[in-house]
Design a protein around this ligand. Structure first.
Ligand code: OAD
Length: 235
């Protein structure tokens, strides 16, 4: 580990929010276990049955609204504030726990639960309340065109120009709590490594992306990440 890094990029997945009480996607009791992806997370499902898909995300909102950041989110926020280099957070999570922990400029590549996008005008509205097939867009005033601002399978990820720029310039890439099976996020480590970054993985278990990481830190992110951040800050 060098003295200091200039550009640290952290990619987070559902595992970082597990200790805040939120279900991950692929665990035995995970979200996808109870709801087939084809019914709630594809653009075809939304076109076929928008009420059902809206209901699914509306039902998630109260739990995510009430969730609190855990020591892993707080450690990353501290790193962003105190580290002498740049620290960027890219998250696959649709919760807002990084923001609640005080992090800034978080790139939500899979969208946010508290947002909806208008399919008529393309503008995003923020709401922790219910959004449904009758909701009127506050920007263009057209009703019935709001879609949860969640990236469904078959759609492009958000903020990718910025993500590409960060991956190409980072010298430390840290992955936290992601299974590494959903692309393109699963390939970020390869890109960062190609451009010369040192790579760390924080997870409970070995992932299918194992090969691309220089270092594996096994354990709960809420325990391992704060220690890692202290080491970085002490250098
Ligand atoms: P997964 O559920 O696929 O993976 C969660 C990972 O976190 C697993 O590898 C766990 O071992 C690990 N994990 C669980 N608890 C942990 C803890 N306390 N500390 C450290 N690691 C822990 O979730 P993601 O990889 O985030 O997309 O899933 C990626 C995408 O798949 C999601 O963003 C979602 C889904 O399709 C969309 O909704 C668009």
């Amino acid at each position: 580990m060098p003295q200091t890094y200039k550009n640290i990029v952290v990619l987070t997945g559902a595992g970082i929010s597990a200790e805040s009480g939120l279900a991950t996607f692929r665990a035995a009791n995970g979200l996808w276990n109870n709801h087939p992806v084809e019914e709630v997370a594809t653009i075809e499902a939304f076109q076929r049955n928008p009420e059902y898909v809206h209901d699914f995300y509306n039902e998630m909102k109260p739990e995510l609204y009430g969730a609190k950041p855990n020591p892993a989110h707080l450690a990353l926020s501290k790193l962003q504030k105190e580290y002498p280099g740049k620290v960027s957070i890219i998250t696959q999570n649709v919760d807002t726990l990084h923001e609640k922990a005080g992090s800034n400029g978080v790139l939500h590549i899979h969208g946010q639960i508290n947002q909806a996008v208008c399919l008529n005008c393309g503008q995003v509205m923020e709401s922790w309340g219910e959004v449904n097939t009758e909701t009127v867009c506050p920007h263009c005033q057209v009703a019935g065109m709001m879609k949860p601002n969640i990236v469904f399978f078959g759609e492009s990820l958000l903020c990718m120009n910025e993500v590409d720029r960060l991956l190409q310039s980072c010298d430390l890439f840290v992955s936290v709590g992601t299974s590494g099976v959903v692309f393109p996020a699963a390939a970020f480590v390869q890109i960062a490594k190609q451009y010369g970054a040192e790579t760390y993985e924080f997870n409970l278990e070995t992932t299918s992306n194992n090969f691309y990481f220089d270092h594996h830190i096994m354990g709960k992110a809420g325990e391992t990440l704060p220690k890692f951040v202290e080491v970085l800050l002490a250098k």
